[in-house]
Design a protein around this ligand. Structure first.
Ligand code: SAH
Length: 407
């Protein structure tokens, strides 16, 4: 049974565990096989069921000697009903429940900070099993009588891509999230909201397409009717432009695609979004075109951060129009969200308006993103979590506001 034998996840990335192990080995002479975990080997390697999609749950219960439909029920208990205690899963047999108790667990992320904001936006800081922290942001849609909301979800602990204007980049990179840790953010938000988020955007910490397999698995669970039922059009993956994985995503999924463009030419984009040096615009644009294919209802959303005096002139606007010619597009202008230690300034409202008007006149559908939750550092590019950076970059926590409610 693979889920029983699999080793604990990321043991080498847990500095605390490693420190403890080193101290223990130095203090006493012990066999190398000594483990500080006194639980049985089965229990020590429990499978986190949040990592399993529907087929995974069915396979698990089948291996345990039960009919696959019990796997469907198990999957529903976890995601639809939010139940984490096997004892409460009353339509599963007592035998299956006790087997699950032995080999599996439902390990949800632990909420450590809850930051409400005046505009209804809410930032949650979630602690993972190894002590790393990631952030997700809940953004209500401000239309009276309409209960719609977007959840902005993280895909990695930190980010390795080093975009010049992004706070997450300053934090450095530690590791990919497991699919269970990605789904854990949605699990938590669903419990808090009392329903699934209506829209999910993979626009939190990290580069989703650099964590491809876990992302794809999590996207399937988000869409599953027995779980969160989020329609593919309401699921957006935002990427800085990992071109080969845009092609791969097209093969397995039809979720909406947003691309962090931020510059209309390679020279500038090389500086602002360094992954452009590897995958320049002449490869990025065709990959995005191929992604939406010839379905007239699909288009690419281009995110474009407005940086004063850097990328916001009318010449840049004209270059952008030329670049996007022939691609069904929506341009989303994002006023730069400052963070402590950042050198950029946001473009003035007049400059943003002039830029937007120029794009609209050319026929490009263009919106300006309203900044939400910036007083709680929950706006685009302000998410930092608590990352133990493996490249040793300095944290940018100092100078941020403090949480209103700390759990
Ligand atoms: N790595 C993915 C997901 C991050 S999404 C990506 O690059 O698309 C977060 C969005 O906010 C991206 O478009 C990112 O470029 C943008 N962003 C980052 N820092 C920002 C800042 N300080 N102000 C405004 N937008 C920012």
């Amino acid at each position: 049974m693979p889920w029983v034998k699999s080793p604990p996840r990321h043991p080498s990335l847990n500095p605390i565990a490693n420190d403890c192990a080193t101290t223990l080995m130095a203090a006493v002479s012990v066999p190398l096989t000594l483990t500080t975990d006194t639980r049985s080997p089965l229990v020590a390697a429990r499978q986190n069921l949040l990592d399993l999609d529907l087929q995974g749950c069915e396979a698990l219960v089948t291996e345990l000697g039960h009919k696959p439909f019990h796997g469907r029920n198990l999957f529903k208990w976890i995601h639809k009903h939010g139940v984490t205690d096997f004892g409460a899963m009353t339509d599963l047999s007592l035998k299956l429940r006790s087997q699950l108790q032995e080999v599996a667990e439902i390990r949800t992320p632990h909420l450590v900070e809850d930051w409400p904001s005046a505009d209804g936006t809410r930032k949650w800081v979630l602690e993972l099993a190894d002590g790393q922290r990631v952030e997700s942001v809940y953004i209500p849609v401000l239309i009276p009588q309409e209960r719609r909301h977007t959840l902005c979800v993280s895909s990695q602990v930190g980010c390795a891509l080093d975009c010049a204007f992004c706070a997450t980049a300053r934090q450095g990179f530690n590791r990919n999230l497991t699919s269970g840790e990605i789904i854990g953010q949605i699990w938590h938000a669903t419990r808090w909201l009392g329903e699934s988020p209506s829209n999910i955007v993979m626009m939190g910490m990290g580069e989703p397409l650099a964590n491809f397999d876990n992302l794809v698995k999590a996207l399937a669970i988000m869409q599953d009717d027995l779980a969160y039922m989020v329609a593919k059009q309401r699921l957006t993956v935002s990427t800085s432009g990992i071109v080969p994985n845009i092609h791969r995503l097209a093969e397995v999924s039809a979720v909406s695609l947003a691309v962090s463009l931020h510059a209309p030419n390679d020279a500038l984009r090389d500086e602002l979004v360094p992954i452009n040096r590897k995958y320049p615009l002449e490869t990025l644009i065709p990959a995005c075109r191929a992604y939406i294919g010839d379905n007239p209802r699909r288009r690419v959303t281009w995110e474009y951060v407005m940086l004063d005096g850097i990328n916001d002139s009318l010449t840049h606007a004209r270059q952008l129009i030329r670049l996007l010619e022939g691609t069904r597009s929506k341009v989303n202008l994002i006023p730069f969200n400052p963070f402590p230690g950042s050198d950029f300034r946001t473009s003035s409202p007049e400059r943003i308006e002039a830029f937007r008007d120029r794009l609209i006149r050319s026929g490009l559908f263009t919106t300006t993103r309203k900044t939400r939750g910036d007083e709680i550092a929950a706006a685009c590019g302000q998410l930092v979590g608590r990352v133990r950076d493996r490249a040793g970059r300095a944290p940018v926590r100092a100078g941020w506001p403090q949480p209103v409610v700390a759990a």
